[in-house]
Design a binder for this molecule. Structure first.
Ligand SMILES: Cc1ncc(C[n+]2csc(CCOP(=O)(O)OP(=O)(O)O)c2C)c(N)n1
Ligand code: SF4
Ligand SMILES: [Mg+2]
Length: 351
């Protein structure tokens, strides 16, 4: 498949967004992943979300580690900035880029091996620092690229394609993100674009560390009976706690819903997230409650999906470090070398 190039011509009547761009302007090269891989559906959802958000591709920086999942940024947002880093090291590269230029929209794409095994420490620190980013883990429970070894998110007792049983406890990335202080936490399924696209839009409009765990079946190594990351298992055990409508800034809110089942949340950019409750006992504003609920439902064998936690008042790493608004590469000599008097004043403040 690698020899296939995408045709440059496209139908003139393709729908355009407010910027005059079509879906094609948000795509990348032809995917070389296995046909049916969940990761390709996530790429499709990312393309749709950025198209519908009317974001100029050059405002986005996409970063990844190593794995089939980490290859996917080649297949979307071909006109954005991109950096394919080392296995498990995407979070620190993203953090550095974000510190240097806060004007870009940061999208970290990773796998369960990349983030829960070799990169677990990196993942943890990017969450607790509140790096302003969308962090997506394409979670298939295996190392797809290296031929299907169990990853750290594989459920205890789940079966590999050749029959081996996983005896280790799984790492739940959502529980970790909640515990570590991520301020938007969600779980979704690659086969549910209706849920995933608004979640990505909400995460892009959120200020702070936004984490989305997307169960994304690996059709080559982990889509058989006995796997808890297969299409069939997730479809049968998927419990969505809410549905999200995303309304960009300046959109007239017309639909009416019964009060109690709906909560409107205004994000810092003025966009509105309308959260429709599907489970009355679930409150996405209660972090500890969310952790208890997730544990209970997991014990009952359910895969809980939806917007699981949101703190729309949250700050981010730049707020806590009190950094300058201007990206570092735009600072001029006057700001970088403020002179002896300014240096004296600063030194005095430290004495
Ligand atoms: C430092 C280092 N160790 C090991 C590897 C081998 N390796 C490449 S991808 C990978 C696991 C990828 O798994 P995951 O992140 O879940 O991505 P998937 O392929 O499942 O999407 C491993 C162990 C590597 N490339 N670099
Ligand atoms: S090996 Fe698995 S994760 Fe990798 S492309 Fe194929 S189906 Fe997707
Ligand atoms: Mg994986």
């Amino acid at each position: 498949m690698t020899y296939l190039t995408k045709p440059k011509l496209h139908h003139p009547a393709l729908p355009k967004n407010k910027l005059g761009f079509t879906h094609r302007d948000y795509e990348g090269t032809v995917s070389t992943l296995c046909a049916g891989c969940g990761h390709d559906s996530i790429s499709g959802a990312i393309i749709q979300a950025f198209f519908e958000l009317d974001i100029e591709p050059h405002r986005v920086a996409k970063l990844s580690g190593i794995g089939c999942s980490s290859k996917t940024p080649t297949y979307f947002l071909g006109n954005s900035h991109g950096f394919n880093s080392v296995h498990g090291r995407m979070p620190s590269v993203l953090t550095g880029a974000n510190l240097a230029n806060r004007k870009l929209i940061y999208l970290g794409v990773s796998g369960d091996g990349d983030s829960a095994s070799i990169g677990l420490g990196q993942f943890a620190h990017s969450m607790r620092r509140g790096v302003n980013m969308v962090y997506i883990v394409e979670n298939n429970g295996v190392y797809g690229l290296t031929k299907g070894q169990f990853s750290a998110t594989a459920d205890k007792g789940s079966k590999a394609k050749r029959g081996a049983i996983n005896n280790d406890e799984p790492i739940d990335m959502v529980m970790l993100a909640l515990q570590l202080g991520a301020t938007l936490v969600a779980r979704s399924f690659s086969g549910d674009k209706t849920q995933l696209v608004p979640l990505i839009k909400a995460a892009v409009s959120h200020r702070g560390a936004a984490f989305i765990d997307v169960v994304s079946p690996c059709v080559a190594f982990n889509d058989h009976p006995g796997s808890t990351k297969s299409y069939d298992f997730v479809r049968e055990h998927n419990e969505a706690v809410n549905r999200l409508d995303f309304m960009p800034q300046h959109t007239e809110i017309t639909a009416e819903y019964a009060s109690g089942s709906v909560r409107d949340v205004v994000q810092h950019d003025g966009s509105v997230l309308r959260l429709r409750k599907l489970h009355d006992d679930y409150d996405a504003g209660d972090r500890i409650g969310a952790m208890n609920y997730l544990q209970q439902r997991r014990a009952a064998g359910e895969v809980v999906t939806g917007l699981l936690y949101l703190n729309s008042e949250a700050g981010d790493m730049h707020a806590s470090l009190n950094t300058v608004d201007t990206p570092l590469n735009e600072l001029r000599e006057k700001e970088l070398i403020p002179g002896v008097a300014a240096l004296e004043k600063f030194n005095a403040s430290l004495r």
